[in-house]
Design a protein around this ligand. Structure first.
Ligand code: LLP
Length: 413
C-alpha cells in the first residue's frame, strides 16, 4: 500500500507532511503508517485464507508497544525470542495463548515466565533445552507445550548473516534427528508435544526455498504420524522479503496457494512468523542534513541519523532508499549519506543523487523493520522518538530518549 506520497513537492505519510513532524518532534525520527501496517497484515490474512492459520508477528522486527497492540487487535499471535519480548507482548494486550517462543538460548527464568503466562508453545532448538524445559515445567507444576525447530538444510539464498536454515547454522535440530527427539520428548513427563517449526532465513526473495522447506517438514510430520506422534500445528517461520531497492519479493498470494495445496486435507494448523514483511515498508526514518562536505573524489552529506539509529547498512551493507522530503528544482549531485559517528562504517547510503542543501530533510525508506528494534546508544546518542500516523492523526508512540536518561542507573565507584 502506498501511504507515502508527494503533495506539491512535499513528502507526506498518509495525511501528514513529514516536514511538519520534523519541526515538531525533531530528528532523527521514526515515522510509521497505521494504514500500511494494517494492509500488510491483511495481505497475509487474505493470502492464507484457504488454510486454517495463525500469523505470529516476529516481535524482533519492531517491538514498539503501539505496533504490537495494533497487531494484537487485528488478531495476530506473536513470535518472541526473550523474556523482554514476552513482557512487551503481554503489556501490549497480546493473547498469551497465541505466543510461540523461539531462540537457541532460553534461560530457565524466561521459560518460567512463559509457562506462567500460558504460551502456545516453546520452539525447542536442542536436546539440552528440552531437558531444561522439562525440569522447569516440573518445578512449576505445569506441562510445557513443545514444538521442535528443525533445520531443513535448505539454502535460502540470502545474506549469510540472516540465513538460518543451513546445516552449519546454530539454529534448530537437524531434521534427520527429529524423529528420535520427538520420541524422547514423548517420554518426558512435563512436556506435551504440540507442533513443529522451521525458519530458514530472512529477506528471502525466492519462493522455492520456502516451498522446499515446507515439503521437507511435511514429510517429517507424516513420518511422525506413522509412529503415533500427532502434531497440532506446523510453523513455517518468517522470512518473506520486501522491496528495498529493485528486489522482487515472493508473491504472498503465490506462497499462500503453494501452502494451501500442501495443506489440503491435513488437520494441522499453519503458523507463520513474519516480521519484516509486516512492518518494513510501513516505516521510515526522518533525518536532517547537518553538513554538506565536498571532497576531491566524492561529496558527503552528513546527516543527524547514524548507525546507532539504523544499523542495517553498517551491519549487512543493506540498501535503503533515501529521498529528499521537499523537492527542489536544482540539479542533483552525488553524495555518500553518512552519520556523525566516529566510524567509517557509519553510513546510510552510498552514491545517491540528491538536490539538497544543509538543513534539508531526508527520508530513509523501508526502515520499519529492524530499525528502531536494533537501535543502540553508541556514542551516547539518545534513541529517536517514534510517531505513528493514522490519516491526519499524529501519535507519539515513543518519546525521544534524553541524554540524562541514558545515565540513569549508572554509579560512580
Ligand atoms: N522467526 C524466527 C525464528 C526468526 O529468527 C526471524 C528473524 C523471524 C521469524 C522473522 O523473519 P522475517 O519475517 O523478519 O524475515 N536484523 C536482520 C534480520 C534478522 C532476522 C532474524 N530472524 C535485518 O535487519 O535484516
Amino acid at each position: 500500500m502506498n501511504t507515502l506520497h508527494r503533495l506539491d513537492g512535499r513528502l507526506h505519510l498518509e495525511g501528514v507532511a513529514l516536514d511538519t513532524l520534523a519541526e515538531r518532534f525533531g530528528t532523527p525520527l521514526y515515522v510509521y503508517s497505521k494504514a500500511a501496517l494494517e494492509s500488510a497484515y491483511q495481505a497475509y490474512a487474505q493470502a492464507f485464507a484457504k488454510t486454517p492459520h495463525l500469523i505470529c508477528y516476529a516481535v524482533k522486527a519492531n517491538s514498539s508497544l503501539a505496533i504490537l497492540n495494533l497487531f494484537a487487535r487485528l488478531g495476530a499471535g506473536f513470535d518472541i525470542v526473550s523474556g523482554g519480548e514476552l513482557m512487551r507482548v503481554l503489556a501490549a494486550g497480546g493473547d498469551p495463548g497465541k505466543i510461540v517462543f523461539s531462540g537457541v538460548g532460553k534461560t530457565a527464568d524466561e521459560m518460567r515466565a512463559a509457562l506462567k503466562a500460558g504460551i502456545l508453545c516453546f520452539n525447542v532448538e536442542s536436546v539440552s533445552e528440552l531437558h531444561r524445559l522439562n525440569r522447569v515445567a516440573g518445578e512449576e507444576g505445569r506441562v510445557a507445550p513443545v514444538s521442535f525447530r528443525v533445520n531443513p538444510d535448505v539454502d535460502p539464498k540470502t545474506h549469510p548473516y540472516i540465513s538460518t536454515g543451513l546445516k552449519e547454522n546454530k539454529f534448530g535440530v537437524p531434521i534427520g534427528d527429529a524423529p528420535a527427539l520427538y520420541r524422547l520428548a514423548a517420554g518426558l513427563p512435563h512436556l506435551k508435544i504440540t507442533g513443529i517449526d522451521c525458519h530458514i532465513g530472512s529477506q528471502l526473495t525466492d519462493l522455492s526455498p520456502l516451498a522446499d522447506a515446507a515439503k521437507r517438514v511435511l514429510a517429517l510430520v507424516d513420518t511422525l504420524s506413522k509412529e503415533g506422534i500427532t502434531l497440532h500445528h506446523i510453523d513455517l517461520g518468517g522470512g518473506v522479503g520486501i522491496r528495498y531497492n529493485d528486489e522482487t519479493p515472493p508473491d504472498l498470494e503465490a506462497y499462500g496457494q503453494t501452502l494451501a495445496a500442501l495443506f489440503a486435507g491435513r488437520h494441522e494448523k499453519l503458523l507463520l512468523e513474519p516480521g519484516r514483511s509486516l512492518v518494513g515498508n510501513a516505516g521510515l526514518l526522518l533525518t536532517r542534513v547537518e553538513y554538506l562536505k565536498p571532497g576531491e573524489d566524492k561529496n558527503f552529506a552528513i546527516v543527524d541519523a547514524a548507525m546507532n539509529d539504523l544499523m542495517r547498512p553498517a551491519l549487512y551493507e543493506a540498501y535503503h532508499g533515501i529521498v529528499a522530503v521537499n523537492q527542489k528544482k536544482a540539479a542533483p549531485q552525488r553524495y555518500d549519506i553518512v552519520g556523525p559517528i566516529c566510524e567509517t562504517g557509519d553510513f546510510i547510503g552510498f552514491a545517491r543523487d540528491l538536490a539538497i542543501d544543509e538543513g534539508d530533510l531526508l527520508a530513509i525508506l523501508s526502515a520499519g523493520a529492524y530499525g528502531m528494534s536494533m537501535a543502540s546508544n553508541y556514542n551516547s546518542r539518545p534513541r529517536a522518538a517514534e510517531i505513528l500516523i493514522d490519516r491526519n492523526e499524529i501519535h507519539v508512540i515513543r518519546e525521544r530518549e534524553t541524554q540524562k536518561g541514558l545515565m540513569a542507573g549508572e554509579r560512580l565507584i
